[in-house]
Design a protein around this ligand. Structure first.
Ligand code: FAD
Length: 408
């Protein structure tokens, strides 16, 4: 028998959890809600960790998803520093690290993702960092303050944002990456090249088509990053942004179905293979009605909205998660992008890359599948419509600024 029972048990203590709790209460749910999270903090937003928070421009409380007082005021029991150790789907109960066993009526699993660690000689040296939580950002900031040269490994959004933030703090940053140009894997060579040019204009050195061989150091601290291509990059501090892996340990241990993308498989309603147990955020692999296939997406907006979809379905709704995934990223105050997708194909550019004012519509087999904008947020509404409707506008017309997107 569990030690206690709750109506809604929200496991994860991150963004999706907080949004689920908030929506449950705003929809009038009057049952008991317990949220548990491994970290010592109430749920917080991670995007500032590579941006304003890393630069010291934002304090911790500004990045909380909900004000500290919200939890008590809304009668939601928040247990921080608490892990869910074992989920028993038959008994509908979870064993916590506090040894307490909690039974539930409905549950959300939103355990997020863990950074992908690189194995290499010297990886244990001091001064080598990953970035996922407040503590990592604090440690990078502290180390960076003493460093002159910083090497960032990875040319995707964490790597580019960190390099921009630390360069803005006056550090000499070098990006080392496997891709030819930054952000190429997500946005293609042409658009990735735009962001690389912005980084280089501000003094970031970028080495593509190369990768980490080993770290060398002295007195237990990193000093050099040696690359497969034979470069020896001086480094007083290293930050690695090499992607994340969905944290499915708890769910897998409970026997929940795992998808081909490595996330926890769930329906368009975000319900897992166990009825009444839902998944959301970075570890959820859901049947996307819009894309016609299972998707797992590691974006802030997706985790936040999925948390809300789960709340509605916990309240016996029949709500499919239909939002077109949205993503944003900033390179210091140099430039920022917004993206809807995900999609593949050739970019059709409307506007000017040289002026840093454009939207790239990604067209695959004639259809718009995604769009990235710099400075033209209004275009994203049109892009969403194209994606949902499966529109196939003429490329030349799409690129022509004299055409109103409304008319397409
Ligand atoms: C540095 C950084 C910058 C980012 N910038 C952007 C950006 O600019 N734009 C964007 O769209 N996205 C960005 N993201 C991604 C975005 O923050 C994530 O997609 C989002 O946080 C996912 O929310 P989540 O609720 O799924 O997981 P999380 O917010 O990671 O929460 C999961 C929580 O579950 C806890 N947990 C795991 N297992 C257990 C367990 N067994 N018991 C209890 N607790 C457990 C974890 O410790 C964690 O606290 C960024 C991410 C990082 C790290």
């Amino acid at each position: 028998m569990p030690d206690r029972e709750v109506d809604y048990l929200l496991i994860g203590g991150g963004l999706a959890t907080a949004n689920c709790a908030r929506r449950l209460r705003s929809e009038g749910a009057d049952g008991s809600i317990m949220a548990i999270g491994r970290e010592p903090h109430p749920p917080y937003n991670r995007p500032p960790l590579s941006k304003a928070y890393l630069r010291g421009d934002e304090l911790r409380d500004a990045s909380l998803v909900l004000p500290r007082a919200w939890w008590e005021e809304n009668d939601v029991e928040l247990l921080t520093r608490t892990s869910a150790m074992k989920l028993d789907p038959d008994a509908r109960a979870v064993k916590l690290s506090s040894r307490e066993e909690v039974g539930f009526e409905k549950a959300l699993i939103a355990t997020g993702a863990n950074v992908r660690r690189l194995r290499a000689e010297g990886a244990e040296l001091e001064g080598i960092h990953y970035l996922r939580a407040y503590g990592n950002a604090d440690a990078i900031r502290e180390d960076a303050a003493r460093a002159e040269r910083i090497v960032v490994i990875g040319g995707s959004y964490i790597g580019t944002e960190v390099a921009a933030s630390l360069t803005a703090l006056g550090k000499r940053c070098t990006i080392l990456m496997q891709e030819d140009v930054t952000l190429e894997r997500a946005f293609g060579r042409e658009i990735g090249g735009f962001f690389q040019a912005v980084l280089e204009e501000h003094g970031v050195e970028v080495h593509g088509s190369d990768e980490l061989e080993r770290f060398e150091g002295g007195d237990g601290r990193v000093e050099t990053v040696v690359t497969r291509g034979g470069r020896e990059l001086q480094a007083d501090c290293v930050v690695i942004g090499a992607g994340v892996m969905p944290d499915v340990m708890l769910a897998r241990g409970a026997g929940l179905d795992v998808g081909e993308g490595g996330g926890i498989a769930c329906s368009a309603r975000l319900e897992t293979s166990v009825p009444g147990v839902f998944a959301a955020g970075d570890m959820a692999e859901y049947e996307s009605v819009i894309h016609g296939r299972p998707m797992r997406i590691e974006h802030w907006d997706v985790a936040a909205r999925q948390g809300e979809t789960v709340a509605l379905n916990m309240l016996d709704g029949a709500v499919e998660h239909r939002a077109v995934p949205y993503f944003f990223s900033d390179l210091a105050d140099w430039t920022s992008m917004e993206y809807v997708g995900p999609g593949s194909g050739e970019p059709v550019v409307r506007g000017s890359l040289d002026d840093g004012d454009f939207t790239a519509f990604y067209v695959d087999h004639g259809r718009v599948t995604a769009a990235l904008t710099v400075g033209r947020s209004d275009d994203l509404e049109h892009a969403r419509r194209f994606i949902v409707e499966g529109s196939a506008p003429d490329r030349t017309v799409l690129a022509d600024e004299d055409t109103e997107l409304d008319d397409l």
